[in-house]
Design a protein around this ligand. Structure first.
Ligand SMILES: Cc1cc2nc3c(=O)[nH]c(=O)nc-3n(C[C@H](O)[C@H](O)[C@H](O)COP(=O)(O)OP(=O)(O)OC[C@H]3O[C@@H](n4cnc5c(N)ncnc54)[C@H](O)[C@@H]3O)c2cc1C
Length: 453
């Protein structure tokens, strides 16, 4: 006998439980298209915290796996559906309220990152975390992955802006942590435990997000380097000297992929480009000039500078186009390994060596100022040999990052695609502690089973 789905259907509004296989198909995969994604019983689309509680109580009573889902733009298979489970999609909970006096946004999890930015802008405020996918991804997904982005090198990542969370635990209990308070050290720092927990510990149903005054207009520089190693050396010297508002790297393969996709005026002959920005008000132009000098000292050829924010944004758009552009070249395995900044040259040259050894193409774009890189392994899915070599390269890149004191994931999360490497980074004692925390919060193991652990 299957699980009593009728009981759930009866307990929720008529349109909240979707079982039509054609519609369900839209909720099975995230952007990574994990081939291991299962076929769920249903997609549940609650409108409020109470409905999330109903779903979790039902799932707990019948031990049904639950995969929380935001907008499905994840890159690690974190929201891949599970056979016989439900997908709990928060895409209908999108309310946003701005409190300009407390300088916070009170946001439901399905609101897109771009919508929060737009709502804050109406009050002259700014929500900084800016994943390249900001127009596609939800705040719930950003919190669950602790998303980073382009301006995080100066402004920090998602967790730095989460002041409060409403959560529904695996057994349906609703809790509130934190609130619109800038300082609060009462009790254990539980709030931060849930940021980055990838849907394995609780469902986020509301967030209180810190806002800051609107960003000042940025000055921009784009420097061309003969090699990736020279560009990486420039990153080391720039970050030693200042905190740029953006410091992104594109290697030759990614530059050419973007130019093939949509001609954006990037220098196709460059071995690598660095895109740097300063938003230091009256000092922005001088800061960018200093960045340019440091690039030249590291071997840059052409360095272009502009104080026109629109011209600068055009380069950021080109950088954000890199993933879709590279996806046009074949199937991809996308990584987000990170290292301490001084190890960036070793990581980037090591990735080049892995590409040469395995015979696959690995274009790289990077939030270089954070030491966070995106090697993108491109392969031919119809050719088993190419797929096997891609898998070898994917694994070797993670091993290389760990050997340099780095991480297998700087911002996308472990999900399902990187979890085999997590014990190598964390070690047995930290893995055991992580499992004890998971067991304490989700003793039946129904929340996002198969992800992370
Ligand atoms: C073109 C492109 C560019 C990208 N660039 C960046 C980038 O610069 N920086 C970056 O960090 N990421 C980037 N990403 C990855 C992705 O957009 C982020 O990981 C994002 O945070 C995922 O949000 P989502 O709403 O799509 O979540 P989903 O993909 O739906 O889910 C991601 C994870 O969060 C969990 N989850 C979602 N909602 C909730 C909730 N309400 N409660 C509990 N758990 C939940 C899911 O179970 C899953 O584990 C990019 C993706 C694409 C496609």
């Amino acid at each position: 006998m299957g699980p009593p789905l009728d009981e759930l259907v009866g307990a929720l509004p008529a349109d909240a439980v979707v079982t039509d296989p054609v519609l369900v198909e839209n909720y099975r995969y995230d952007w990574a298209r994990d081939p291991g994604a299962g076929v769920p019983l249903a997609v549940v689309r609650p409108r409020n915290t109470g409905e999330v509680q109903v779903a979790m109580r039902w799932a707990s009573a019948h031990r049904i796996p639950v995969v929380p889902r935001g907008a499905g733009s994840g890159l690690s298979g974190g929201s891949s559906a599970v056979d016989g489970g439900i997908v709990l999609s928060l895409d209908r909970m999108r309310d946003i309220l701005i409190d300009p006096d407390c300088r916070v946004a009170i946001v439901e999890p399905g609101a897109l990152n771009a919508a929060v930015k737009a709502a804050a802008r109406e009050y002259g405020l700014w929500y900084p975390p800016d994943p390249s996918s900001f127009e596609l991804c939800s705040i719930g997904g950003n919190i669950a992955t602790n998303a980073g982005g382009l301006c995080c090198v100066k402004y920090g990542v998602t967790t730095d802006y989460v002041l409060g969370l409403d959560l529904v635990l695996a057994d349906g209990t609703a809790i509130s942590l934190g609130g619109p308070r800038l300082k609060d050290v009462a009790g254990l720092s539980l709030l931060k435990l849930f940021v980055g927990s990838e849907g394995t510990l609780a469902v986020v149903t509301r967030a209180v997000l810190r806002l800051v005054p609107a960003q000042l207009p940025a000055s921009t520089m784009v420097a061309s380097f003969p090699t990736v190693a020279a560009a990486a050396e420039a990153v080391v010297s720039i970050t030693r000297a200042m905190r740029p508002a953006m410091l992104e790297l594109m290697d030759s393969a990614s530059i050419n992929a973007v130019e093939d996709y949509a001609s954006m005026g990037l220098d196709r002959r460059a071995g690598a480009l660095l895109l740097g920005q300063s938003d230091a008000g009256g000092g922005a132009s001088a800061e960018v000039a200093r960045m340019a000098e440091l690039c030249e000292a590291a071997g840059a050829g052409d360095v272009f500078r502009t104080d026109d924010p629109a011209e600068g944004e055009a380069f950021a758009v080109a950088r954000r186009a890199a993933f879709p552009a590279i996806e046009k070249r074949g199937s991809i395995l996308l990584e987000d390994v990170g290292v301490p900044i001084p190890k960036l040259p070793a990581l980037l040259t090591g990735i080049e060596a892995i590409a040469a050894r395995t015979g696959v193409e690995i274009p790289v774009v990077a939030h270089a100022g954070d030491g966070n890189t995106h090697p993108i392994v491109v392969y031919d899915i119809t050719d088993p040999d190419s797929a096997a070599r891609a898998r070898t390269a994917f694994d070797e890149v993670m091993r290389l990052a760990i050997s340099l004191g780095g991480t297998i994931t700087g911002e996308h999360g472990v999900g399902r695609l990187k979890k085999a490497h997590l014990p190598d980074q964390l070690g047995p004692d930290v893995m055991a502690l992580t499992r004890r925390i998971k067991d304490a919060l989700d003793p039946l193991g129904i929340l996002n089973p198969g992800a992370v652990l």
